[in-house]
Structures are given as structure tokens and as C-alpha cells.
Write a protein that binds this ligand. Structure first.
Ligand SMILES: [Ca+2]
Ligand SMILES: [Ca+2]
Length: 266
């Protein structure tokens, strides 16, 4: 893979200073990331649209996923993929945004555990090696906040989650805080492209409803598209994509590299 970028090249926050240097560094991160893999990893997808693009991406991200983890291996992987760029002893939790000790994983309410952003009951794929252990949609999250999200679909609205300000929930949906909205959208859409009914796992697809229950669907696609647009890929998100590619699964989330492909497909 000639165009491979070392993880350090995309680890933005650790190198940031302040003022105009920050903006310049951000610009350089985005110029490194956008299109860096077009001539190699994505060469069979570039230029395609719609279903043809989705199918090409499915072939690419499936055939290159040569690393597959067990559910217990996910703990240590998340300590790396979601490391706090300002404190290597900590991970950043999805939804709450808190920086918390890597070693505080477990089952107590304020520990962190392994959040399946594509709720594993939607398709009932469990935690066998496969979609249930795919790092591209697994994130550290506070145990009780994860429980509040449960297996709800994603949509706007509800009551603010006390322990995780900026997140909202009602009886059938969850709205992540603004900084996580795009991440959630791109994780869900990765899963939809990666899992098309092969390998004994269900064909995961987004739809535009809530209350999907155990169906292999997650809503709402119209809201996810909007969230992806509002919250473009951050340095943190790009770094975790790179770490998963370099060290664990060897496949990439196409929507972190090419967020415009969301609208090309959906
Ligand atoms: Ca974000
Ligand atoms: Ca699918």
C-alpha cells in the first residue's frame, strides 16, 4: 500500500498549538486525508455513483478486512482507537465526550463499556466475530449512558440526558450531541455498506423510521444524512479510521475518507 499514511500524520489534536497554526494544521490534515487512497484502496470505486458505488465499496471494505477481532479483543483495541489525544492514559467516551481512564472499563454505571452504535439487536447479530466486533462502529461509552441509548433508532428530539448534556432521548429515538452526530451517521452507513447479507450475517440497511426493533434496519436516514453534513470528519475520527486500518482490520470507513459519498448513495 504505497500511499499509506502513518497514524501520526492524522493525529491532529496532539500536535495542535493555537490560533492560525491550528487552522493551518487542520487544512493540512484534510488535504492529506481527502483522496489519499483514491489511486489505491478506492480505485475501483472512484467515479461511481448510487448503487454501483455502494456495491463497489462493499467489495473493497469486505475483501480488505483481513483482521477480525473477538469481542474480548475489542477492549484493548478501543483503548488505542479512542485514545484521548491530550492524555494517553484515557479514552474519550462517545455521547458524553468525557475523557476517562482506559482502565475504568467494566460494568459499573460510571465505567465505560463497548457501545454498538449499530445496536446489535437490529439484526440480532450478537457479539460473535463479525458485525458485533467491528471496530468501525464500536466506541467506548459510559455504561449508564449506553444503557439510556439502548437499542433506539437515531432521530432528533426528546429530553436532555442528564449525565451527557447535549444528548436527547425519547421513547423511541436518541439524538447524540452535536460533536458526535456525524460520527454516528458515518458509523451506521459503514455498517450498511459492509454487511450485505454474506458470511451468515444479515443485510444491514438504514431506513427512515424509528421503532425498528429487531429488524436489520436503523433510522432515520434523512436525519443521519443531515448529521453527516453538519458534523464533518474530525481529526479524532480520521485518526481512529487510520488506526483500525493500520493495526486491526485493514479496511477503512469510506464515509470518513469521502463524506460526500453519503449523498452519492443515499
Ligand atoms: Ca464529530
Ligand atoms: Ca447492507
Amino acid at each position: 500500500m504505497a500511499a499509506q499514511i502513518p497514524a501520526s500524520a492524522t493525529a491532529g489534536p496532539a500536535h495542535r498549538t493555537s490560533g492560525s497554526a491550528t487552522a493551518a494544521h487542520r487544512a493540512s490534515i484534510s488535504s492529506i486525508s481527502v483522496g489519499a487512497y483514491d489511486d489505491t484502496y478506492y480505485k475501483d470505486a472512484v467515479g461511481k455513483t448510487g448503487k454501483t458505488l455502494k456495491d463497489a465499496l462493499h467489495r473493497i471494505i469486505s475483501s480488505t478486512q483481513t483482521g477480525k477481532l473477538t469481542y474480548s479483543q475489542v477492549w484493548d483495541a478501543l483503548k488505542n482507537t479512542d485514545q484521548d489525544p491530550a492524555n494517553s492514559a484515557n479514552v474519550i467516551l462517545l455521547y458524553s465526550g468525557k475523557s476517562q481512564s482506559k482502565n475504568s472499563n467494566g460494568g459499573d454505571p460510571d465505567d465505560w463499556n463497548r457501545e454498538h452504535v449499530w445496536a446489535k439487536s437490529h439484526g440480532d447479530f450478537g457479539t460473535a466475530t463479525g458485525p458485533g466486533t467491528d471496530l468501525h462502529h464500536l466506541r467506548p461509552a459510559d455504561v449508564s449512558v449506553n444503557s439510556t441509548r439502548g437499542n433506539k433508532d437515531f432521530d432528533n428530539g426528546g429530553t436532555e440526558v442528564g449525565e451527557a448534556p447535549g444528548n436527547y432521548t425519547d421513547g423511541d429515538s436518541f439524538e447524540p450531541r452535536d460533536a458526535d452526530k456525524g460520527d454516528v451517521a458515518r458509523m451506521i452507513l459503514y455498517m450498511a455498506v459492509r454487511y450485505d447479507g454474506g458470511d451468515g450475517f444479515p443485510d444491514l440497511e438504514p431506513n427512515d423510521t424509528v421503532g425498528n426493533g429487531s429488524k436489520p434496519n436503523i433510522g432515520r436516514i434523512s436525519v443521519l444524512k443531515e448529521w453527516s453534513r453538519q458534523d464533518p470528519p474530525s481529526a479524532f475520527e480520521k485518526r481512529r479510521n487510520q488506526v483500525i486500518f493500520d493495526k486491526y482490520q485493514h479496511n477503512r470507513n469510506p464515509f470518513v475518507d469521502h463524506p460526500e459519498w453519503v449523498n452519492e448513495i443515499w
